[in-house]
Design a protein around this ligand. Structure first.
Ligand code: CA
Length: 229
């Protein structure tokens, strides 16, 4: 998973990043609430880990801004020294999905990360057919019906469409799409993404009249949004 970690204690952060990497996660670390927020709102992370006490903004305020400004409900785990029941309630009420008290035991942290990721994945995997606006996506037959007519798509176009419809409202960077849809980790072929996205937009007639639009986020990527106007 692609994880963003907000932690102002450098040694703690380094240990965590190394441990998470060992467990197969790709973890980026930020020391201030401000730099964390900027990156999180302009990139595609699967999970956020937040410290509470920070030099600039409190972790709970960072969370509030994430929930207010991001259209996609990214899983958030609090990792903090604060261990009172009142603190835990405050964080969960503010929209955190899980809470761990420092020092984190890496086995437990990994298990909780996996649980959050499963929760996210299974909500989508259970359905074989997704009916979204004028689109009917059949995951086993690999077909998409748009306004009653089947659309002819290449394998990659289909995978891209499914990924975008499973991540409505989420900012999807070109690198992230290459990694998740094409299985490529380099950022050499980002033009490939542009070509496929524009073809998808045309073939599926993704436009406000059909209840959706693919918004291009300058220099960052794309976001499939609901809304006709
Ligand atoms: Ca701290």
């Amino acid at each position: 998973m692609k994880i963003a970690l907000l932690e102002d204690e450098l040694s703690q952060a380094e240990t965590l990043v190394a441990q998470l990497k060992e467990n197969g996660h790709d973890c980026e670390h930020f020391e201030t609430g401000k730099s964390f927020l900027y990156s999180v709102l302009h990139n595609s992370y699967d999970l956020l880990i937040l410290d509470w006490q920070l030099p600039d903004i409190e972790g709970t305020e960072v969370l509030r801004q994430v929930r207010a400004e991001m259209n996609w409900r990214v899983p958030v785990l609090f990792l903090t020294q604060r261990d009172s029941e009142a603190d835990i309630i405050t964080a969960l009420d503010a929209g955190a999905d899980d809470y761990l008290v420092k020092p984190a035991r890496i086995g437990e942290l990994t298990a909780r990360i996996n649980a959050l990721s499963r929760r996210l994945g299974t909500e989508q995997a259970e359905q074989e057919e997704l009916e979204i606006g004028p689109y009917v996506i059949n995951l086993s037959k690999r077909t998409i019906i748009s306004s009653g007519e089947e659309v002819s798509l290449t394998d990659k176009d289909f995978d891209l469409a499914v990924f975008m419809f499973q991540n409505i409202g989420r900012l999807l960077s070109r690198d992230f799409l290459l990694e998740r849809v094409w299985g490529i980790s380099s950022n050499i072929n980002t033009r490939t993404v542009d070509t496929h996205v524009s073809r998808l937009r045309r073939k599926l007639n993704i436009k406000p009249e059909n209840g959706f639009r693919i918004k291009t986020i300058y220099q960052h990527g794309y976001r499939l949004e609901r809304g006709g106007d």
